[in-house]
Write a protein that binds this ligand. Structure first.
Ligand code: PHE
Length: 475
């Protein structure tokens, strides 16, 4: 053809603004909001976590959202939909392409353990529905989980059920991805996000109103809420808390991986990205800070007390929801107990799948742009890689391995990538052009103060966090 624009066969785009924002919010809102955030908070002393968390959101989270949306739309204008080439659009030095490739691999590495976790939520919806947990005591529910994930305890030597659900989960992701953004991801987000909010509201209401002496609760939900929300100012001097807070902000907003860039590379160039980034970002914070802190901790602390919950999360956090919650829900009676289980794990499932879909896009965009692969073929290859890389987490599961993955792929890598992209954006591409990219087409007024923050505050905070992460793992 005689077209002078991109030669890419990758002609995807978002169907509507609502769809775009829901998909971006779905990308951000994930298992991290409900399982990782509360556990990070508990492990870092409850209220001690809150101030660093909010500071990181304002000084690193928001700037990074704007940077990534702007980079993505900029790269998209040149027909680039994968991190290596989006970064390449901004500066021709080879180094940035490698950083972009690193971003793709981080997505895949996180996807591998993330999809496994996501598959547990599917299985637990099923078991809540059919009443597997009914009549089990606390130890039996915990044992069920250990049996489910741990190969050493099953008679066959393989966690059969876990494998089946994992495969099924990856197939589902692959299928939705193969249908494209407007025909797959957007539809999943339009169904998943509203349901997630409804389930979340119900469970948060139950968590907040849980009273000591009622429904078998000893302490009540307010004990857990106070634990999370009583700020402790001396935590500002603890580098470990800062690293954990920064790591959580990156993870929850899905920044520092190039995922947002890839989604944003498909927006139309007239789109108000400054506003869209805020809509999706604040929606995530609402879900994390309001719903994420009103469910897992109030309910578990309400029944078990702070000390017990701290103990349960000390060996690695992500299991708390699976090991404990199904038992606690049974205290609400047969019907409500089953419903709460379906709501809790269903919410986790929707949160998870709208995030894992996002992790597939950088890899797919790369194959579609560079090798002209079809969407179906690219999606299929993503599924195969996730299955292969996910297999070790399935077969050699123990909380330690899982947390290792989460620490290296889900915390340190994000800080490294975020630091690199901020330097590229603010210092090499330059704030003059950068600011124009952020505000171009914006109906909202982006506070000028952020021009200063992006250049002088965000990169130095990131550097500080990065050095902190080299000195010692959090925890
Ligand atoms: N933000 C997601 C969560 O909170 C995780 C995620 C990270 C999704 C990076 C996409 C990319 O669970």
């Amino acid at each position: 053809t005689t077209t002078t624009t991109s030669t890419s066969t990758n002609t995807e785009s978002w169907g509507s603004r609502v769809g775009l924002i829901l998909a971006m919010a779905g990308n951000a809102v994930g298992l991290g909001n409900f399982l990782r955030f509360p556990v990070q908070a508990v492990q870092n002393g409850g209220g001690a976590f809150i101030i660093p968390y909010l500071v990181c959101f304002l000084l690193m989270g928001i700037p990074l959202l704007w940077i990534e949306w702007a980079m993505g739309r900029f790269g998209g204008k040149f027909g680039n939909h994968s991190t290596p080439f989006i970064l390449d659009t901004m500066d021709k030095r080879k180094f940035w392409k490698y950083i972009g490739v690193f971003g793709i691999f981080t997505n895949i590495a996180v996807a591998a353990y993330y999809c496994y976790l996501e598959s547990w939520t599917m299985s637990y919806v099923y078991h809540s529905l059919v009443g597997t947990f009914r009549g089990m005591d606390q130890n039996q529910v915990a044992a069920f989980f250990v049996n489910y994930v741990d190969i050493t305890t099953t008679t066959t030597g393989l966690p059969f059920e876990a494998i089946i659900f994992f495969i099924f989960c990856v197939i589902l992701n692959t299928f939705i991805l193969s249908r494209g953004l407007s025909g797959g991801v957007e539809i999943a987000s339009k169904i998943g996000m509203p349901l997630l909010i409804i389930f979340g509201m119900f469970l948060a209401y139950k968590g907040i109103t849980l009273q000591s002496g009622k429904e078998g609760a000893v302490y009540g939900g307010s004990v857990g809420l106070n634990f999370l929300w009583t700020p402790q100012f001396d935590s500002l001097w603890n580098p470990k808390v800062w690293l954990a807070a920064a790591g959580q902000i990156f993870f929850t907003l899905s920044v520092g991986m190039g995922t947002i860039q890839c989604y944003a590379s498909y927006v139309s160039r007239k789109e108000d990205i400054a506003l869209n980034a805020m809509s999706a970002g604040w929606m995530n914070e609402f879900v994390e800070v309001v719903l994420g802190s009103a469910i897992l901790i109030p309910i578990s602390v309400g029944y078990l007390g702070i000390d017990k919950v701290v103990e349960l999360t000390s060996s690695g956090g992500l299991g708390l929801g699976f090991r404990t919650m199904p038992y606690l829900f049974q205290q609400w009676g047969v019907f409500l107990g089953a419903f709460a289980g379906v709501a809790f794990f269903g919410l986790l499932f929707f949160a998870g799948i709208t995030s894992s879909l996002a992790m597939g896009t950088p890899w797919m965009g790369f194959l579609q742009d560079e090798f002209k692969w079809s969407r179906e073929k690219a999606a299929f290859s993503f599924g195969v890689i996730v299955l292969i890389l996910g297999t070790p987490t399935v077969l050699f599961f123990n909380e330690g391995v899982f947390d290792e993955y989460d620490y290296w792929a889900g915390t340190v890598s994000l800080v490294v990538f975020a630091l690199a992209e901020t330097i590229l954006f603010a210092w090499i591409f330059g704030m003059k052009k950068g600011w124009k990219e952020i505000t171009d087409g914006a109906d909202i007024k982006v506070p000028d103060f952020y021009k200063f923050v992006i250049k002088w505050v965000t990169p130095f905070l990131l550097l500080f966090v990065f050095i902190g992460s080299l000195i010692g793992p959090a925890g």
